[in-house]
Design a binder for this molecule. Structure first.
Ligand code: MLT
Length: 407
């Protein structure tokens, strides 16, 4: 008899964004004449940068001729992309990462979800609340938690992010082994200073712990004093793995390309307490389960680092930041407290009541989709998240509709 992995039965309903998509589809089926403006999932709407499109086309043409055709590439990514990444994303900021520490992949979602399988099931994990659901759900699937009770999984150390701590959690009061951090934060839009991030790095160094740092939104940082990579903090290379993505900066949500940085000095321990580097484990996993991102997509991603690509990426992120600015100002003018939207494409709003009720009200009365904060964890209850990823005209339209409903 085939039995299942019963950890899956512990999971709550469906994945948050699938759940929202179903509710929106059902609303649209009942109200076919209503035009719905989607500011829910953080999915970009503007076209790929022209520099990327040109590189993409050129690479497809290479694939069309025997002489330049490419079959399987290196699982970790082509050198041309890995080298462009280290020069532009790290060395330009004074961070010494080498090209072979970069693992190109098809998404930060997959990488942040998959990396937990390198670690034993009895480790203590620390997860912020509210949080991008992938970190928690993949640990539930792996059997690293107990049952769900009173809004939380047993056995997880939750790091509360609240108005009181400015949505930057305090260090855990008990020992933990694996820590998830995301800054600029999804969903709250909060940012972390170098001083605050150093406390986490020092904690990890002192506790033989590892930080999984999701920096998928670093391109939206406008305040130069804020870190864009955890490796800007001294000692972080020994205790942190970083996740980056081309989805939000260059519009690759549908094209798929991201990368993970696994420094060679990053360590964990075996059951006898011997130091083991994580690098060969991740490399082994990557080569066994992944065959690399397609050649044209990697060429398109590398074009992000050309002069034209850099200019276009800046224009794209500025465009979305203008939307975020509008959301923040309009919502604040209606008397609601907001967070984020300054160095982040997400605006986190205190809805002064149930998150899902607020979600339903905006959908039913304004035809606007947001994301209910409660979907990101217990501490998200009462909040909603508005994403800046849409056209300026749609964001403006959504704000007018919301004003009519809330004013
Ligand atoms: C979000 O809306 O939180 C993100 O789009 C999800 C993702 O990037 O997978």
């Amino acid at each position: 008899m085939l039995t299942i992995n019963e950890n899956y039965l512990k999971l709550q309903a469906s994945y948050l964004f699938s759940d929202i998509a179903k509710r929106v589809a059902s609303f649209q089926a009942k109200n076919p004449q209503r035009n719905v403006i989607k500011l829910g999932i953080g999915d970009v709407t503007k076209a790929l940068p022209q520099a990327c499109v040109a590189a993409f086309h050129k690479a497809v043409d290479e694939m069309a001729k025997d002489a330049t055709f490419r079959g399987y590439g290196p699982e970790q990514g082509y050198d041309f992309l890995r080298e462009a990444i280290v020069v532009n994303d790290f060395q330009a900021r004074g961070v010494d990462i080498s090209a072979d520490e970069i693992f190109v992949s098809d998404g930060a979602k997959c990488d942040t979800g998959n990396i937990q399988e390198l670690f034993s099931t009895d480790i203590k994990i620390a997860i912020p609340d509210p949080v991008y659901p992938v970190y928690l759900d993949t640990n539930v699937m792996a059997g690293r938690t107990g049952a769900f009770a009173d809004g939380r999984y047993q056995g997880v150390v939750y790091l509360d992010s609240t108005r009181e701590n400015n949505f930057v959690p305090a260090l855990p009061s008990e020992d933990v082994d694996l820590i998830y951090l995301c800054f600029p934060n999804n969903p709250t839009g909060s940012t972390i200073t170098k001083e605050e991030l150093k406390k986490w790095v020092d904690y990890a160094r002192g506790n033989k712990a590892l930080i999984l740092f999701d920096a998928a939104y670093e391109a939206f940082v406008r305040d130069d004093s804020l870190p864009r990579s955890i490796y800007e903090i001294e000692g972080a290379k020994e205790v942190a793995v970083e996740f980056r993505s081309f989805s939000k900066n260059a519009g690759f949500t549908g094209t798929r390309c991201a990368y993970t940085v696994v420094p060679k000095e990053c360590t964990a321990y075996d059951s006898r307490g011997n130091r083991q580097t994580i690098y060969p484990l991740w490399n082994r996993r990557h080569c066994t389960k992944f065959n690399g991102v397609s050649y044209p997509v990697q060429r398109a991603a590398a074009a992000v680092y050309s002069e034209e690509g850099k200019r276009e990426v800046r224009q794209l992120t500025d465009y979305y930041m203008r939307n975020a600015d509008l959301v923040r100002k309009e919502i604040a003018a209606l008397g609601y407290d907001t967070m984020g939207g300054k160095n982040s494409p997400y605006v986190w709003i205190d809805g002064k009541g149930s998150s899902w009720k607020f979600f339903d009200m905006l959908l039913d009365q304004a035809g606007v989709v947001c994301t209910p904060g409660a979907g990101f964890g217990k501490c998200g209850e009462g909040y909603i998240r508005i994403s800046a990823f849409n056209s300026y005209e749609n964001v403006e339209g959504a704000m007018k509709r919301i004003q009519q409903v809330l004013a």
